[in-house]
Design a binder for this molecule. Structure first.
Ligand code: HEM
Length: 549
């Protein structure tokens, strides 16, 4: 299957794209300048500009509002919304952060932690301390963004700096990535960003022909396991075998070699998922929210072990070496491309490739596929029969489960977007203000100072009741029809609107199109084999399956 057909990579020719990076950067800058004006007409802009900073006006509701036109020391940003001081505070040094940390991890948890403060401040934009914070992690002070209007400021790389903010206010020791700052930690203004992203697009593109057959084979084994488990015990887990299947799939799709095959050099064997998780997890454990039900006595110990200081690399050095040895042995062809087409050093390309494959791709899929099976699996049998009919009709009309067939499955696509909307697998995005700027929520405008850290919590932004009706419900048909299509732009899981594409100059996930295709394929594979599948959403337990007759 040609990758171009299904649009796995956002950029068709990465070399040409890399060379035109500077030109695009200039274009983006002028586009973002026009976005600053909100697409207003020139006369509108002139009349807004005539309002001097500090000028008082009355809003529609009669309240005094401050209209700003910042022109001297700050960029030319205007707003017609009432200017409001950002509510919330950080409390006393250390103690304020500690109190917020305890509430976040233990007493309030998510999303209550955010909701409580949103209700208290009557605002979806406010100041708070984020985790992990002191004593072992950097300054936790952030301005949180919780609605669809303010969130997209984080995508505008002319306004926010994305340097070393991939995991938030801290970054793991770069020893976890061979001593390199791998792509997700780079700001697009850094020269390497475009080269490494070009390489990532190339890796995705080269996987094209392996994706459909490999996923089919790996999922067939999972489905066999479901049936055997149900037959034996009357119930089984719908999610437990997915991690192994998706790791084998993604590594094989990218490198051409199954990492668990017993007879290959540097095979990771059956321990491949454990080895991968042992390397991956310590990098994000500082922001991990423990599940409910942890005995109170254990809280100080857990706090000390994972939330107080970064976890040293030496604990997982041997697991990391094993993964690198596997990629060095079996991804030589990709490293050749990195060297010859992108001028990257082989070792740096290797560590990026390991990160793209295990952390970005598998880490993401390992969260997303269980979400998909729990969400779609807990819809009504009537809906599933309808979905299944669409799948099987498209397969028949297009001569198999291929890219053309996927394009004929609008309900499957909608169901996937809805899962990505309601449970975005990567819930946080961060960015530091590059300049003084104005952030607008639906109700008010807020002045942010250069250097302040903005943080977005996507699960709340993507359940914005001003955009989505019944936002907390999984409605698999939400994006169907003309009205549904208008909502697609508000699906933000990839660090950008679903209607836009990743480029060398932005920070949108390069795997965006790949992941949507893969998710559709997963749902289509389920319903090409089963007429109905009943999964308990909360536990992920598979209760029944009915084969297509
Ligand atoms: C379900 C799966 C995935 C999810 C949820 C996901 C999500 C994201 C998000 C939210 C970001 C932006 C992070 C930020 O800057 O704040 C991102 C960036 C990135 N993702 Fe993905 N991703 C997934 C799959 C993939 C795949 C398949 C690849 C490719 C191998 C990939 C490679 C990357 C890279 C390299 C970046 C950094 C991009 C840049 O620096 O411009 N991701 N991803």
């Amino acid at each position: 299957m040609a990758a171009a057909v299904i649009g796995f990579a956002g950029v068709a020719n990465p070399i040409a794209a890399a060379s035109s990076f500077r030109r695009r950067e200039r274009k983006n800058l002028s586009q973002s300048r026009s976005a600053l004006t909100g697409g207003s007409s020139s006369s509108e802009l002139r009349s807004r500009a005539s309002l001097r900073a500090g000028e008082q006006r009355r809003s529609r509701h009669g309240a005094k509002v401050r209209c700003v036109s910042i022109s001297k020391d700050t960029p030319p940003t205007t707003t017609t919304l009432p200017l409001r001081e950002i509510p919330g505070d950080y409390g006393l040094p250390f103690f304020g952060a500690f109190a917020d940390k305890m509430a976040y991890y233990w007493t309030e948890k998510l999303p209550k932690f955010y909701e409580n403060r949103r209700d208290k401040y009557k605002s979806t934009v406010y100041r708070m301390n984020t985790v992990p914070g002191p004593p072992g992690f950097p300054d936790p002070r952030v301005i949180i963004l919780l609605d669809e209007k303010s969130f997209p400021i984080l995508f505008d790389v002319s306004k926010v700096e994305k340097k070393d903010v991939f995991t938030g206010t801290y970054h793991p020791d770069f020893k976890y990535t061979g001593g390199y700052r791998v792509l997700p930690y780079l700001d697009p203004s850094e020269e390497k960003h475009a080269l490494l992203k070009g390489f990532c697009f190339e890796v995705l593109k080269s996987s094209g022909r392996r994706v459909f057959p490999e996923l089919h084979a790996k999922l067939a084994a999972v489905f066999d396991g479901w049936e055997a488990g149900l037959q034996k015990d009357g119930k089984t887990s719908a999610t437990k075998d997915l991690g192994m299947a998706t790791l084998r799939f993604i590594v094989t799709a990218f490198t051409g070699q199954d990492p668990t095959a017993p007879d290959v050099k540097h095979s990771l064997g059956a321990a491949a998922p454990t080895t991968s998780k042992l390397w991956l997890a310590p990098q994000i454990l500082p922001i991990f929210v423990p599940p409910a039900g942890v005995p109170k006595l254990l809280i100080p110990l857990i706090e000390l072990l994972i939330h107080t200081f970064p976890i040293p690399y030496f604990f997982v050095k041997s697991q990391h070496s094993k993964i690198c040895d596997f990629f060095r042995s079996h991804a030589g062809h990709l490293l050749d491309v990195a060297e010859s087409q992108f001028g990257l050093a082989r070792d740096e390309a290797l560590h990026n490739l390991v990160f793209y494959t295990i952390f970005n791709a598998w880490g993401g899929i390992d969260i997303l596929f269980p979400i998909l099976v729990r969400r779609v699996g807990s819809t009504s049998p009537e809906f599933q029969r309808e979905l299944g009919a669409e799948v099987r009709r498209a397969i028949e009309a297009n001569g198999g489960l291929n890219p053309a067939a996927l394009r004929d499955m609008p309900t499957v696509q909608s169901a996937v977007w809805e899962a990505l909307r309601i449970e975005p697998p990567v819930p946080f995005q961060y960015g530091r203000a590059k300049e003084d700027l104005i952030v607008e929520s639906h109700e008010a405008a807020f002045q942010v100072k250069k250097g302040e850290m903005l943080a977005g919590y996507m699960p709340m932004a993507c359940r914005d009741p001003k955009v989505f009706t019944d936002p907390d419900s999984y409605n698999p048909k939400r994006f169907l029809g003309d009205e549904g299509q208008k909502l697609v732009q508000y699906v933000l899981w990839s660090n950008g609107p679903e209607t836009e594409d990743p480029t060398l100059a932005n920070k949108q996930c390069p795997g965006k199109n790949f992941i949507v295709t893969l998710s559709q394929l997963f749902v289509a594979e389920i319903f090409s084999r089963f007429e109905t599948i009943q999964v308990d959403y909360a536990s992920g337990e598979l209760r029944s399956l009915k084969r297509v007759s």
